[in-house]
Ligand binder design. Structure first.
Ligand code: COA
Length: 164
């Protein structure tokens, strides 16, 4: 397994692997990476991508969270292919971001997890992400369904933080 930052030369493979956020393309994500706003880490099994995660460097993306925990880079959209889950790839992606954040001089990392996603919460707890004062906030985003309909997904989340 090899974890590395996404490279624009891989764009076709990444477009086939990563479901784009509504209204955005993978090119938009790579542009934001080149501007230093975020990074996209890809886990590769030989030539095949099997997992990914993003980190937003300026701090939590939700303003209500950023007001309370300013300047803490936020890991988001952590995803591992179902066939590869529970083999340590998510742990390695987070470890990759921890090293990257330390090398950039950050002293903490954070992430939001839905109250309904107990298994992901267990992983973050195991990796020493702890509770913050943001124990309950609403995260909402739009998603395009295969039939073309756009739905708004609303999740109740907590924001966890790890000191580096
Ligand atoms: C959450 C996720 C990124 C973790 O990646 P992973 O590679 O499976 O994680 P690891 O193998 O490093 O660690 C596994 C641990 O994560 C937790 N976990 C979270 N979701 C899990 C899942 N769907 N399957 C298995 N374990 C999961 C468990 O605590 C597990 O511990 P265990 O293997 O000892 O039971 C991945 O399971 C995933 O893509 N889930 C679906 C999308 C999602 O929920 N993303 C997180 C949004 S906050």
């Amino acid at each position: 397994m090899n974890i590395k930052l996404a490279d624009p030369v891989e764009i076709e493979i990444l477009e086939a692997f990563i479901s784009p956020a509504y209204g955005r393309t993978i090119r938009d994500e790579l542009d934001d990476q080149s501007f230093g706003l975020q990074s996209l880490a890809i886990a590769w099994d030989r030539e095949t991508p099997v997992g990914y995660g993003f980190i937003h460097w300026p701090g939590p993306r939700e303003l209500s969270v950023a007001d309370k925990i300013p300047g803490c880079p936020e890991i988001f959209r952590m995803t591992v292919s179902p066939a590869h889950q529970s083999t340590g790839i998510g742990t390695q992606i987070i470890g990759f971001f921890e090293q990257l954040a330390k090398s950039k001089g950050f002293s903490s990392l954070g992430l939001a997890v839905s109250h309904d996603n107990e298994r992901a919460y267990q992983l973050y707890d195991k990796l020493n992400f702890g509770a913050t004062e943001v124990a309950n906030f609403v995260s909402s985003y739009q998603q395009e369904k295969p039939d073309g309909n756009v739905v708004t997904i609303t999740e109740k989340c907590r924001f966890l933080q790890k000191l580096l």
